[in-house]
Write a protein that binds this ligand. Structure first.
Ligand SMILES: [Zn+2]
Length: 278
C-alpha cells in the first residue's frame, strides 16, 4: 500500500498538473470506487470548477475546488493515478474513474482490487481537513506531530511500537515499509511495548519518523518488485534501494553484519536487526 512518501509524491504531481485547471468532465466506470455516495455527485460538484489546491493528510489526497468542496482520494492496496494526454493507449481494464481537464489532459484512476476510493467532501472540520478525516492523528511530517504528543500517547499504550506507528488515529501516513525502517533507524525493536519506551528511545523514534519519511519523499517513494506504485507520470520511486531492513530477511545488516530477521508484529510482517535494535 502506498504510504506517506508515495502519496506525497503523487500530491506533488497532482499539484503540477491539476492546480488552476478546470475539470470539464468526470466519468465513473467503477461504481465501487465511489461508494460513499451516488457516483453522480462527482460530476455535479466537480465539472465546471477550478482546482485551487492539492493537499494531503497521511495517506489521503485532498483535491480542493474553488467552490469549497474537496475531492478525497485513498489508493488503499492497488489504486493508481496517472495523468495522460489522450489518446490513452494503455490497458484500461481496471480504469474506474476519469477526469478530463480544460487543457486536454486526463487524470485516470486505476484499481485492480477496488479497495481504493474517491469521494466528495462538503464539510471541513478542524484545520480545514475534510470532516471524514477528522479521526486521523496528525500527519507524520507536520508540525503537529511533536515529541511531546508522541511521548504522551506512547506512555499510555501497551501495544507494540511498530503497531503504534501504524495506527492512523495516532499518527497518519506510516505503513509497513516505513514502520520497519523507522524502528531500525531509531535502534528500537519493533515488538517493544510502547509504554516501556525510554525518553531517549521515544526521542530517537520521533526523529526517525521525520528523517526516514523526508528522505523517502526526496527519492519519490519506494517502488517494489510488484511495480504497484508508480508516480503520476508512470515513473518509479527509488527509495527501495535505500531500505535497510524491509523485505531483507536473511540478508546481512548494512550497519553491523548480523542477519536481518522477519517476524510478525500485531499481525503484520516485520523486519529488524537483532543487534542494532534493542
Ligand atoms: Zn544491524
Amino acid at each position: 500500500m502506498p504510504e506517506l512518501p508515495e502519496v506525497e509524491t503523487l500530491r506533488r504531481g497532482l499539484e503540477r498538473h491539476l492546480r488552476h485547471r478546470r475539470i470539464i468532465a468526470a466519468e465513473v466506470m467503477g461504481p465501487r470506487t465511489i461508494r460513499r455516495h451516488e457516483p453522480d455527485k462527482l460530476h455535479n460538484f466537480l465539472v465546471g470548477n477550478l482546482v485551487s489546491a492539492c493537499g494531503r493528510h497521511g495517506k489521503y489526497l485532498i483535491v480542493s475546488m474553488e467552490n469549497g468542496v474537496n475531492m478525497v482520494i485513498h489508493l488503499r492496496m492497488t489504486g493508481r493515478l496517472e495523468i495522460v494526454r489522450p489518446p490513452f493507449l494503455g490497458d484500461a481494464k481496471h480504469l474506474h474513474a476519469r477526469f478530463i481537464l480544460d487543457n486536454g489532459s486526463e487524470l485516470l484512476f486505476f484499481d485492480p482490487r477496488t479497495f481504493g476510493e474517491i469521494f466528495i467532501s462538503e464539510k471541513t472540520a478542524g484545520k480545514g481537513l475534510p470532516e471524514e478525516l477528522s479521526s486521523l492523528g496528525p500527519d507524520s511530517l507536520s508540525q503537529d506531530f511533536t515529541l511531546g504528543y508522541f511521548t504522551k500517547v506512547a506512555k499510555k499504550r501497551e501495544v507494540a511500537v511498530k503497531g503504534l506507528l501504524l495506527e492512523q488515529e495516532t499518527v497518519a501516513g506510516i505503513g509497513n515499509i516505513y514502520g520497519d525502517e523507522i524502528c531500525h533507524e531509531a535502534g528500537v525493536l519493533p515488538m517493544k511495548k510502547a509504554s516501556l519506551l525510554t525518553d531517549g528511545e521515544l526521542s530517537r523514534l520521533h526523529k526517525a519518523v521525520g528523517g526516514i519519511l523526508s528522505k523517502a519523499v526526496e527519492h519519490k517513494g519506494s517502488t517494489l518488485s510488484d511495480k504497484k506504485y508508480l508516480d503520476i507520470t508512470g515513473s518509479e520511486g527509488t527509495y527501495q534501494y535505500h531500505h535497510k531492513v524491509y523485505s531483507k530477511a536473511g540478508m546481512p545488516c548494512e550497519s553491523c553484519g548480523d542477519t536481518i530477521v522477519r517476524t510478525k508484529v500485531t499481525g503484520r510482517s516485520c523486519h529488524y536487526c537483532p543487534t542494532c535494535q534493542k
